[in-house]
Structure formats: structure tokens, C-alpha cells
Design a binder for this molecule. Structure first.
Ligand code: SAH
Length: 241
């Protein structure tokens, strides 16, 4: 069974966008996942195909209408659809690698992309939309956020990544940021590759990588480091060479 993504948007032409090339694009072609877009405007009922209106209570901008969105959602994801219904939103729970893994293990996702000031709260409540944020900043619309979420999910689908191992040895997978990487040439502008990495001693290399990962995490992400449990025997969690 392949992962089915349905995107509700005012800009279907933004998809598959970046997901049409490279690993995700190939997986799309071979049917590892599928992508369907739904034009929200098709569910407007007036002559001008209006999807938004002024905010109740006044203020700047426009709000996407609950009735139009509900019709679009009900058409794209009828009762009994097992897929989670997500709303891209800066107010949502920040997306994590753990949530990405859960989504990748499931049947797919129905993703609503907001525009303007956002969407009428009543459709969020009535259709039980899960609000998901990709970070503490404001985009002009949910479409780039949906592309980000899907990119993270699709690379985890079985067979998408060439080297399966790299999927479990990344930043966040073990509660740490990843160690630094090096490759040829041996010396670049007077900077050699750290000696331990060319020692051939796999135990030492694993130890160095874990220390570097811990150091970087402590420096850059004290929030992550606070919840990281240092492996007791000094051997757990970090990538083998
Ligand atoms: N007025 C809103 C921002 C609206 S931005 C507020 O202050 O919270 C318009 C749309 O872009 C949103 O409805 C959402 O779908 C999308 N969007 C903006 N920033 C986002 C983020 N960080 N993560 C996910 N979606 C985002």
C-alpha cells in the first residue's frame, strides 16, 4: 500500500514542485507515494468563487471560510478515510522527526494549506484538524510548509533512500545533532581531516563522533541536550562507522 497525500490549496500549481525531482520525484513516478491536489476554490458557491471573508470582530486581512473548506475536506477525505487531516499553521505543534516517522508509517495525509490570516476556527474544530507548524516564523501560505512536511515523510518511505541505514543515523534520531562530516581531499586550505577519522580504528571513530555530536548539541541546542540520556556504557546510539 502506498502513501497517499491529498493537498487542499488555492495554488495546486505549487505541487509537486520540489517533490517532483530527485528521490521524492522518482518515488512519485514509481508509485511509492501519490499526490493529489484539490483546488479549494472549486468548492465556493457564489459567482465570484469566494473562499475568504473579513474577520469577525474587525482587523486586518481576510479569513478562509469554514463552509467552503468543510466541503473541500469532505470531498477529499470522506467519512472512513483513515488518513490524518493536517492543517499547516504557525500555531500548531512543531513538527518533529518522531511525528514524521509516524506519518510515514501510516496510510498518508490530507493536508490543508492556509492563506491570508488563516482559517475560521470552526472548521478546525468540526473536522478535527491537527495543526502542524514547521517553525517559529510566518510563511505567506501553507504550501511551502506542506512541501517541507512531505519531503521529510517521503524520504522515509520504504525503498526511497538508497542507503537505508542513513535514515536512522541522522540528527534527532538519537536525541542529538549529528557529528561533522569530512571527505576528500585529505587537506583543504591547510585544514586536514581529523586524524582519528583516517585511523581505521572503528571504536575510536564511533567514540569521537559521539563526543562531537554531544558537544554540538550542548552548544547549539541546550533544549535537546537537556532531554538526552547519555548512554551509560558510552557505546549506545551513535552511528557505527
Ligand atoms: N495570521 C497567522 C499567520 C497566517 S500565515 C498567525 O499570525 O498565526 C498564512 C498561512 O501560512 C497559515 O494559515 C498557514 O497555513 C501557513 N503558515 C505560515 N507560517 C507557517 C508555519 N510556520 N508553519 C506552518 N504553516 C505556516
Amino acid at each position: 500500500m502506498s502513501f497517499r497525500a491529498t493537498i487542499l490549496t488555492l495554488y495546486p500549481e505549487m505541487f509537486p514542485g520540489a517533490l517532483g525531482v530527485s528521490l521524492a520525484g522518482r518515488a512519485l513516478e514509481t508509485g511509492t507515494w501519490s499526490l493529489e491536489t484539490v483546488q479549494i476554490r472549486d468548492f465556493a458557491t457564489d459567482r465570484h468563487r469566494t473562499v475568504d471573508d473579513t474577520p469577525a470582530g474587525g482587523g486586518a486581512g481576510m479569513v478562509m471560510r469554514a463552509d467552503v473548506l468543510a466541503r473541500a475536506i469532505d470531498s477529499a477525505s470522506p467519512l472512513g478515510d483513515p488518513r490524518p487531516r493536517l492543517l499547516m499553521s504557525p500555531r500548531g505543534k512543531p513538527l518533529t522527526q518522531a511525528r514524521v516517522r509516524e506519518l510515514a508509517a501510516g496510510p498518508g495525509a490530507v493536508i490543508l494549506c492556509g492563506r491570508f490570516e488563516g482559517v475560521d476556527q470552526r472548521v478546525i474544530d468540526a473536522r478535527q484538524l491537527e495543526e502542524v507548524s514547521i517553525g517559529d516564523f510566518i510563511l505567506s501560505g501553507g504550501e511551502p510548509a506542506a512541501l517541507v512536511l512531505l519531503d521529510a515523510v517521503v524520504r522515509l518511505l520504504p525503498g526511497v533512500m538508497g542507503n537505508e541505514a542513513s535514515g536512522t543515523e541522522e540528527s534527532f534520531e538519537n536525541g542529538l545533532l549529528e557529528h561533522p562530516h569530512y571527505t576528500r581531499p585529505q587537506v583543504f586550505e591547510d585544514r586536514p581531516i581529523p586524524e582519528v577519522l583516517i585511523s581505521g580504528n572503528h571504536g575510536k571513530i564511533a567514540g569521537w563522533r559521539r563526543e562531537e555530536a554531544e558537544r554540538l548539541t550542548q552548544e547549539r541546542r541546550p533544549d535537546l541536550f537537556a532531554t538526552y540520556e547519555k548512554p551509560a556504557n558510552g557505546k549506545k546510539s551513535l552511528p557505527k562507522a
